[in-house]
Design a protein around this ligand. Structure first.
Ligand SMILES: Nc1ncnc2c1ncn2[C@@H]1O[C@H](COP(=O)(O)OP(=O)(O)O)[C@@H](O)[C@H]1O
Ligand SMILES: [Mg+2]
Length: 267
């Protein structure tokens, strides 16, 4: 087992039952610790790659390893290390639940039964909510919150949990500007303060471009992997987002303009 390699995929292909290949010929390696952004247009297999890394989907061929563990045979070990924030529109919330319960879930889910919250767990959950400016909502109902506020609570749940790897699927999509910059800053700070790798699927590199170390660009296969600066390449962007994508320079910054992601800035 090699602790220093966060993700390693070789000849990886993933197919949904009855569907086309969502991922094919995936070969890459990323060293830990890192802040990795996974980018690419809709349907490019970003969520599929995260689910595969957690052992939720089985590769049709090839393999993937997370911190040295095989996603098929050792997914129980991977899940112990990972705190996962799924894509927001996939979370169904039909039962009434309070903000504090969501944050405390981050503490309780990894404990052995009987699971109950100690004072220390409540303190950690409250501090996590404080980081995303949601501690005043401790007793509020989760269902009554705005989309951005819910997303902040889900990020707090991940921060309150333990594990050397945080995975977030589009945590900034569909949230207000204040929540976006708050979440981005909190994740950037958290990565710098703790020895925790962060993997984030995103359409928009702009809010996180100063924290990101590696960018993986997908379009059902690996289009490129490198620093945010390497990925701001006009040829690459056209290949992924189509002929309307371009990189423009203005005031010493590089901007990536795609119809898909709006404007991504990179210094
Ligand atoms: N549950 C599913 N069943 C069948 N096909 C799926 C399923 N989820 C995703 N797909 C397909 O797999 C491809 C990759 O999807 P996904 O990983 O969700 O892309 P992204 O997260 O980049 O938008 C798409 O063509 C999508 O339609
Ligand atoms: Mg997705």
């Amino acid at each position: 087992m090699n602790e220093a390699i966060l993700f390693e995929a070789e000849d990886l292909a993933v197919r949904y039952p009855g569907g086309d290949l969502a991922l094919h010929n995936i070969n890459f390696k990323v060293k830990a610790p890192t802040f990795l952004a996974i980018v690419g247009p809709n349907g490019s297999g970003k969520s599929t790659l995260l689910k595969t890394s957690l052992g939720m989907l089985r590769p049709q061929r090839g393999y993937m390893r997370v911190l040295g563990y095989d996603t098929v045979t050792e997914s129980n070990k991977i899940r112990k290390m990972v705190r996962y924030v799924p894509q927001r529109d996939r979370i169904e919330m039909s039962i009434p639940i309070k903000v504090k319960d969501i944050a405390l879930m981050g503490r309780l889910l990894k404990k052995a039964p009987p699971r109950f919250a100690r004072t220390k767990d409540k303190e950690i959950a409250r501090n996590a909510l404080k980081r995303v400016n949601m501690d005043n909502y401790w007793n509020h109902s989760f269902n009554e919150l705005s989309g951005g506020q819910r997303q902040r609570v889900l990020v707090a749940r991940a921060l309150a949990s333990d594990g050397s790897l945080l995975m977030l699927d589009e945590p900034l999509a569909g949230t207000d500007a204040e929540s976006q910059s708050l979440i981005a800053d909190v994740l950037g700070e958290y990565h710098q303060e703790h020895n925790v790798s962060i993997v984030m699927v995103t359409h928009d590199l702009n809010p996180i471009h100063s924290f990101v170390k590696d960018v993986l660009m997908l379009k059902n296969t690996v289009i490129g992997i490198g620093t945010p600066c390497d990925m701001m390449d006009p040829d690459l962007l056209v290949k992924v987002y189509g002929p309307s994508a371009k990189v423009v320079e203005y005031g010493g910054h590089r901007y990536c303009v795609t119809h898909d992601s709006g404007i991504d800035r990179h210094d």
